[in-house]
Design a protein. Sequence first.
Length: 87
Amino acid sequence: MHKRHQKTLDDIFQKPDRKNIQWADFIVLLQALGAEITTSGGSMVGIRLQGRYAVFHKPHPGNEIYPSDLKRIRRFLTEAGVTASKQ
């Protein structure tokens, strides 16, 4: 995994929760992990990874992931077998 992707992954799992994780960095990480990403009406983004599926909302007007979504993202990645220590 590229260093940029690893940093984003580490940031997602960091405690206390980070408040400055960029949505674009999250999407690039998902692509590197092989996720299937679909967009539908408005800001809804569907993500399928390792047999798991979740829908997240792209943040707006800003670009930083909402703290409430960060918890859901962390749980989604964990259920898909992705953790901060994955290389």
